[in-house]
Design a protein around this ligand. Structure first.
Ligand code: NAP
Length: 285
């Protein structure tokens, strides 16, 4: 099966390095991105399509890595215009359980297969091929996808039928949103007490409260530079999706309010840890 032709739709912050890893591995690759310039550096070794139905027609396995429900539905509307029988669609975006059910149903009714395969890990792991991939779908489809997943990630966690991959992803990102708000508040508190940021971050990272998540955001906090690897708006999307899916806890109310207000005040395009600048400007009670 490794000689199947693969297509990749959505070459954003995550999709671009992921597709590059598939290209580097030598798979016969085709790509599409809505804004053509992000596909430029695939022209040498891969096939670049400017129309989604053309990419779909000429490939067997099609990956999608798109912003949200709206983007995924728009792309799948185009995908479903073609004869897709026998093809495998692997959606790696973080979208809602409802949209996943809708898309997987629409694909399966046309005698094709679907795996929801969202990922944990940001642009670093996407570039290094060390993402954690959470999957929902049929075992036989997973086996078909494995040669590609092995180039994209360091672990594949198969969680059950379609929709279970997304369920796992919404759960881990709920935790991550709490980590980032907690980290930002901790740094502001330490700033207030006169503790140097570098020292505080070293303490966090060397202690039990340190994690991959705190380490990856350390340079951004030290340099006060929030160029996005994972935009705050994407985290807001994920908290709202988690709430819709039933995350009704004390923290979910606080997290959604904070990230929503940060978005409203213009911090949505910054990296998620840029939440610190929103929090810094809040009047003290
Ligand atoms: P991104 O940089 O904003 O890329 C989004 C991609 O979706 C771009 O290729 C964009 O095309 C495309 N797109 C958006 N609307 C579209 C539409 N209507 N039609 C066609 N294409 C459309 O986002 P990202 O950071 O790569 O994230 C992608 C997904 O992975 C999201 O669901 C996110 O939550 C999830 N995720 C992100 C991270 C992270 O650290 N960034 C980590 C794990 C999971 P254009 O280039 O034309 O805009």
């Amino acid at each position: 099966m490794e000689t199947e032709k693969i297509g990749f739709i959505g070459l954003g912050n995550m999709g671009h390095p992921m597709a590059k890893n598939l290209e580097k591995a030598g798979f016969p690759l085709s790509v599409y991105n809505r804004s053509a310039e992000k596909a430029e550096d695939f022209k040498e070794k891969s096939t670049v399509y400017t129309q989604i139905p053309d990419l779909v027609k000429n490939n067997d396995i099609i990956f999608t890595m798109l912003t949200d429900d709206h983007a995924a539905k728009a792309v799948y509307e185009d995908i479903l215009k073609s004869d897709i029988s026998g093809k495998l669609f692997i959606d790696m975006s973080t979208i809602s359980p409802q949209a996943t059910a809708e898309l997987s149903g629409a694909v399966r009714i046309k005698e094709a297969s679907f795996i929801d395969a969202p990922v944990a890990g940001s642009t670093g792991p996407a570039t290094e091929g060390t993402l954690i991939i959470m999957t929902g779908g049929e075992e036989k489809d997973l086996q078909r996808a494995m040669p590609y997943f092995e180039k994209l990630g360091k672990a594949v966690k198969h969680l059950g039928e379609n929709g279970k991959g997304i369920a796992g992803k919404l759960s881990i990102n709920y935790f991550l949103s709490a980590i980032y708000q907690g980290l930002a508040e901790t740094i502001l508190f330490a700033d207030q007490l006169g503790i140097e940021r570098t020292a505080m971050l070293e303490i966090i990272n060397e202690s039990a409260s340190g994690s991959g998540a705190t380490k990856v955001k350390t340079p951004l906090l030290i340099h006060d530079d929030y160029k996005p690897a994972f935009a705050l708006d994407l985290m807001l999307k994920d908290i709202l999706l988690a709430k819709e899916a039933g995350a009704d806890f004390p923290l979910s109310a606080v997290l959604s309010k904070t990230y929503q207000s940060a978005h409203d005040e213009g911090f949505g395009k910054d990296d998620v840890i840029g939440i610190i600048n929103y929090l810094k400007n809040q009047p003290k009670k």
